[in-house]
Ligand binder design. Structure first.
Ligand code: M6R
Length: 610
């Protein structure tokens, strides 16, 4: 979603800010803008569309000044046009801000300001905040105090950066519910909504806490709460390298991330899996071992792809640890006053660690006394920091909006968690060893599947112009079917639905004709024969069958139109392997259709609004 980059130092701010904004493009946005403090006042340039459109519109190098802010906006209040783009200014044009999040009481504040004679150019909630800060400045004659006073009155969420000609050698940053990171340089500071925007300049960062603000000057910075209580900040090192957020020769980030999976999956169990003991060492859970042992129920909450991983987690945990599991969409969980007991464990799964609904769900669970764990990819993210304990995914930065490697890493961590919990309960060492051994073979299996990418590309070519797809799977592979359908929808804009295979005859079968490709995930497990029956039902209605099947399954080729092979593994691990060709299929179809694979329309990488 929206991205922020601010700079104060000795270099020209504008080119530095614009290159930072480009690093945030993957988050999804629809307009971009910059504000530089120049000798003649605030110089603001903003434009609907990509950062490239802004660069075309204005010569960035001509924006002279060493202090400034930039923004990429993902529209919430008002159309994605030039006027609604950030930065926004107060009435006098001497205070500018960029804002991520939503000011929920902006209508009330706007009314007050309108009554006092202030006027507005845009439809945004953010401009209301800028004008409000300006009004308070007129009364208080102090920029920082005006910002703090305004922020104590607004309801909602913000990651905010303010610059002003009243204090041209200062930047103010503040956060509530929307992440901000300070990049610590030598005589210069950056502030950004994502470490990706600062890593080219510095690896030393400070993660601002909730309700915290920072005052940055060239010779140092201070942090305090919005209520003006000084805070201590911890300087940390960014955990990834610059090349991890570059394409590295691949045409798209998504393809690069699909091909990274042998490594990222391995990183997810490296140092954790204890093959000989048939168990797992999860250091991040040490503090909650007793709670895990006593847990009567586990609730997993997440959104989108992470929710699909949670569904696989439900099957895994119930299968291996025999603990009842419920999976909840975070957006539903947060509002339905869920029944939570103090011996429940709530697990939040999130790639970004910033998803607003998931964050709200864990706060609700904490309020009700549950122990809350996080399975998160982004180190230092809000969910990682607010949960009681957790396990990082170690998938590295995921830039493609469509989640791929984070999904398989979520399954890696969930499998280990289920094994860990199972071994605390009735699972024997021998059973544990078998699972651990098979899990350790997964990276090699993924490599084998990736070697067959050209065959998937050929199938993609054949089906790239259809309008609908069905994805069917059973047991562990029902969530994999849902995830396959989501991938295709997100990046190719083809309508696709996932179902448990046996549900087909309760409705979706009506859709099947010779134009309908149906993808079956059909590894040889205990319900394989049942899936074959479902395949026959599709063939009997002239549907086209693409089967994902075991390497040595010869029979399936006689009833499917196409077969994509995956190596043999334990049934519980098949969703990991089945996901790889499904990601490739979605990718190649989207490329054939000329879609913007890494930045699909309307989507954002990290959904920080409700
Ligand atoms: O960062 P999170 O895992 O919390 O994000 C949840 C969803 O927004 C995310 O998985 C979304 O569905 C992706 N676009 C999937 O590809």
């Amino acid at each position: 979603m929206c991205g922020i980059v601010g700079y104060i130092g000795t270099q020209q701010a504008a080119p530095l800010i614009v290159s930072g904004l480009k690093r945030l493009e993957y988050r999804g946005y629809d307009s971009a803008g910059v504000c530089i403090i120049s000798d003649s006042g605030l110089r603001i340039e903003k434009k609907a569309g990509r950062v490239a459109a802004l660069e075309k519109f204005v010569d960035i190098d001509s924006l002279s000044g060493t202090v400034g802010v930039g923004h990429t906006r993902w529209a919430t209040h008002g159309l994605p046009n030039d006027v609604n783009a950030h930065p926004h200014t107060d009435q006098s044009g001497s205070i500018a801000l960029v804002h991520n999040g939503i000011i929920e009481n902006y209508v009330t504040i706007k009314k007050k300001l309108l009554n006092a004679g202030y006027t507005f150019r845009s439809e945004t909630d953010s401009e209301v905040l800028a004008v409000f800060i300006g009004m308070l400045y007129d009364q208080l004659n102090d920029v920082e105090l005006a910002v703090r006073t305004a922020l104590s009155e607004v309801e909602g969420t913000f990651g905010l950066v303010v610059v002003s000609t009243h204090e041209p050698d200062m930047i103010i940053a503040a956060r509530r519910g929307s992440p901000l990171i300070l990049g610590i340089g030598n005589g210069e500071y950056l502030v950004a909504s994502d470490a990706a925007a600062v890593i080219a300049h510095t690896r030393q960062v400070v993660y601002l806490n909730e309700n915290e603000m920072a005052i940055l000057r060239r010779d140092g910075f201070t942090t305090k709460t919005i209520e003006n209580v000084k805070t201590r900040s911890v300087v940390e090192e960014v955990s990834f390298e610059l090349e991890q957020i570059e394409k590295g020769g691949f045409e798209h980030f998504m393809l690069k991330e699909i091909f990274e999976q042998p490594t990222t999956f391995h990183d997810g169990f490296r140092g954790r899996l204890q093959i000989e003991e048939g168990t797992v060492r999860l250091g991040g859970l040490t503090s909650v071992v007793d709670k895990l042992r006593a847990a009567k129920r586990i609730i997993i909450t997440a959104c989108g792809t992470s929710w699909h991983a949670a569904l696989v987690g439900e099957y895994l945990i119930e299968h291996l640890a025999r603990v009842p599991v419920e999976v909840e969409y975070a957006s539903e969980f947060r509002y339905r006053n869920p029944i939570i007991n103090s011996d429940d464990i709530v697990i939040a799964i999130s790639q970004s660690g910033e998803t607003a609904d998931t964050l709200a769900a864990i706060r609700e669970a904490q309020l009700k006394g549950a122990t809350v764990l996080g399975m998160v990819n982004v180190v230092g993210s809000t969910i990682a920091r607010e949960t009681d304990a957790g396990v990082y995914l170690h998938a590295g930065p995921e830039i493609g909006v469509a989640s791929t490697k984070a999904f398989t890493s979520q399954l890696c961590v969930l499998t280990q968690f289920a094994l860990y919990l199972g071994r605390m309960r009735a699972l024997s060492a021998e059973q544990g060893r078998e699972i651990a051994r098979e899990l350790a073979l997964i990276p090699e299996h993924i490599r084998t599947i990736l070697r067959g990418a050209d065959e998937v590309r050929r199938i993609a070519h054949e089906y790239s112009s259809v309008s609908n797809f069905l994805y069917l799977g059973r047991g562990f592979n029902f969530p994999a079917a849902l995830e396959g359908a989501l991938k295709l929808k997100e990046i190719s804009y083809i309508h696709a639905e996932g179902y448990p295979a046996a549900e087909m005859k309760h409705g979706p079968i009506a859709l099947i004709d010779d134009n309908m490709p149906v993808i079956f995930i059909a590894p040889k497990d205990e319900i394989y024969e049942k899936v074959l029956t479902n395949i026959q039902e599709v063939r009997a209605r002239s549907g086209k069958v693409i089967a994902i099947a075991d390497e040595e399954d010869e029979y399936i080729a006689s009833i499917a139109n196409h077969v994509i092979r995956i190596p043999r593994t334990l049934p519980m691990l098949t969703p990991i392997l089945a996901s790889i060709p499904l990601q490739l299929l979605a990718y190649y179809i989207a490329v054939e259709r000329g879609c913007n694979v890494d930045m699909p329309r309307n989507l954002a990488k990290s959904v920080t609004v409700e």
